[in-house]
Design a binder for this molecule. Structure first.
Ligand code: CA
Length: 315
């Protein structure tokens, strides 16, 4: 009786199951010029966070890092498929050569930062319409969905976007008027990215808060700028790309996230509910949940999201 009440009141059974350590062998990076490595300190040569992560460095660039993708997963293959100036809309197109190159590579780990150029293009007329936002959001969803068509699906990490204007875009003078929608759009876009990640069982590397007060806001009223700047100052040299310090910050955030994956505990928690409608939450329900997951070849981290989609509790 008590168990029935528990089930009816929505309380879930919590169980643990063994989980292999996270091992990956093929990383693909999807993005625009930021992930490609464009950096005003070295223009026209590229050197960005992806280079740092992959252990590329040395004169004239900063020294090669010891903490790299390969120090986490030795021998891991990596494809930086990022294309300067590319938009999420282009990546999401059904015949996208960019996406096709990634799918052909068959990554088991994918890192995505896209949408910056979509937003810049949207702002050309000074406003971002609801239709434009929806186009961006549906493109980001499509990109995740296309990656998930791989068998097995890769673990996907979504990066949020930094706000070049530190929240002060609406204070911009007319000469930079096209950028006025940027700060609220960045907040909205990042909220969508976090929601998408939650729904689809993706990881998130939250670049936005790490960059806040490190960009151009100091020239438009930000009373609390932080050092070092992560963009090329002053704003008369406006450059949308991170400088070396900015790329280093993204590298550190991504590396920490990957190191966290590498250390992921060998046990995980599964939440289930009264799936067979027997009136009780018990082992039968757990078996039903696990068999469904096995059919979908869903990775453990996605499991919680899968349970959430079914309305079976919150992680
Ligand atoms: Ca527009």
């Amino acid at each position: 009786m008590l168990r029935g009440i528990l089930a009816l009141s929505g309380i879930v059974l919590v169980a643990s199951a063994p989980c292999a350590a996270r091992e990956f062998t093929r990383l693909a990076v999807l993005g625009d010029s930021v992930n490609y490595g464009v950096n005003p300190d070295y223009d026209p040569v590229v050197h960005g966070w992806t280079h740092m992560l992959l252990g590329v460095g040395g004169d004239p660039f900063p020294p090669t890092r010891e903490a790299t993708l390969h120090s986490l997963w030795p021998g891991m293959a990596a494809l930086n498929a990022s294309v300067s100036g590319s938009t999420a809309v282009q990546w999401a197109a059904g015949n996208s050569p960019y996406m096709n190159s990634v799918l052909a590579f068959q990554p088991d780990l994918a890192i995505v930062l896209l949408g910056g150029w979509d937003v810049i293009n949207f702002m050309a007329d000074g406003t971002i319409t609801t239709a434009e936002k929806n186009q961006l959001f549906s493109s980001l969803s499509t990109i995740v969905a296309r990656l998930e068509t791989l068998d097995p699906p890769p673990y996907i990490i979504l990066l949020t976007y930094y706000d070049l204007m530190d929240g002060y875009s609406q204070s911009l003078p007319l000469i930079y008027g096209r950028y006025r929608p940027l700060s609220p759009m960045t907040l909205e876009g990042n909220a969508f990215i976090r929601q998408l990640a939650s729904e689809r069982g993706c990881g998130v590397v939250d670049v936005y808060p790490a960059f806040l007060h490190h960009c151009y806001g100091r020239q438009f009223g930000d009373p609390t700028p932080l050092e070092p700047p992560y963009v090329r100052l002053p704003v008369s040299n406006l450059d949308i790309h991170p400088n070396t310090a900015g790329h280093e910050q993204i590298y550190l955030l991504v590396y920490d996230a990957l190191a966290g994956l590498r250390r992921e505990p060998e046990r995980f928690t599964v939440e289930t509910a009264d799936l067979d409608k027997s009136g009780a939450v018990d082992g039968t329900d757990l078996v039903l949940l696990l068999s469904s997951v096995r059919e979908r070849r869903t990775r453990p981290r996605s499991l919680l999201s899968f349970a959430q989609v079914w309305g079976m509790g919150t992680p």
